[in-house]
Design a protein around this ligand. Structure first.
Ligand SMILES: [Zn+2]
Ligand SMILES: [Zn+2]
Length: 259
């Protein structure tokens, strides 16, 4: 039996954690049915690395963005370089961008300003946005609505809210991406969210090397493990993975406009 086709909508494959065995990681991903990956930039250096990887592999695409953790470091030269990189044909989205009020590694007002500025870039380029949001859902949703993310679409990555927040994200025009935490015994509202989101608005991701699914916790995450997260989501929804996997993959391909 061949594994159902899956799309890892959020990975960080270009980071040093994968430098020594990336070929083997990508081989295991393909064997697990994970045929497409978007590798996510978080600043100028990682966006550059993500594009370099996407240029070498026709089933890997990149994003260009400044993570809220890195917002305080971003000067005018950094914004100019992200804008230049964002035009690259292998860059399928602007992100990850957003607000992280859990760790607050950059001041909240700087995070918000950076987030708005890159949403404006997404609109100008007509590329979708990939959002990071931690402990900042009301503020993030307000900005997404004011900056009209609906015009380009996007993904709320590693969704960590409840059904009410999921509904607002859907109303704002976003897809919802579930990651490893949906497999955890203490998944809180995530099983309800997995059942609530319509099948044409749902995607999955690893966020590797972070957040491995249950069974691999404490280890490096990798795209092959997406199969476990997708299987858990299918189980929660009472749908066969053979149908849900390709459907979620189609959702991602439509948003990112890739084959
Ligand atoms: Zn993130
Ligand atoms: Zn990430």
């Amino acid at each position: 039996m061949t594994a159902p086709e899956l799309f890892d909508t959020h990975a960080h494959l270009h980071v040093p954690e994968f430098a020594d065995d990336l070929d083997a990681v990508q081989e295991r991903a393909r064997a697990a049915g994970v045929t497409r990956v978007v590798t996510i930039g978080t600043d100028v250096a990682t966006t550059t690395a993500a594009i370099a990887l996407a240029e070498r592999d026709d089933r890997t695409w990149a994003t260009a963005g400044i993570h809220p953790h890195d917002a305080a470091e971003a000067d005018e030269a950094a914004f100019a370089e992200i804008e230049r990189l964002a035009h690259h044909p292998r860059v399928v989205a602007i992100g990850e961008i957003g607000l992280d009020y859990f760790r607050n590694l950059s001041p909240p007002d700087v995070q918000a300003r950076t987030f708005r500025r890159l949403l404006e870039l997404a609109r100008r380029l007509g590329k979708p946005a990939v959002m990071h949001c931690r402990d900042a859902h009301p503020e993030t949703l307000t900005i997404l609505e004011e900056e009209r993310v609906r015009e380009v679409g996007g993904i709320m990555h590693c969704f960590s809210g409840d059904v009410a927040i999921a509904r607002r994200c859907l109303d704002a025009g976003l897809l919802i991406s579930l990651a490893g935490p949906v497999t955890y015994p203490n998944a809180r509202a995530l099983p309800d969210v997995a059942r609530f989101v319509p099948g044409d608005r749902l995607v999955v991701e690893t966020d590797c090397p972070f957040l491995p699914p249950q069974g691999y916790r404490g280890r490096r995450n990798e795209p092959a493990y997406l199969a476990l997260t997708a299987a858990r989501v299918a189980e929660l929804r009472g749908e066969p993975l053979a149908a849900l996997g390709p459907r979620m993959s189609d959702n991602a391909r439509r948003l990112f406009r890739v084959d």
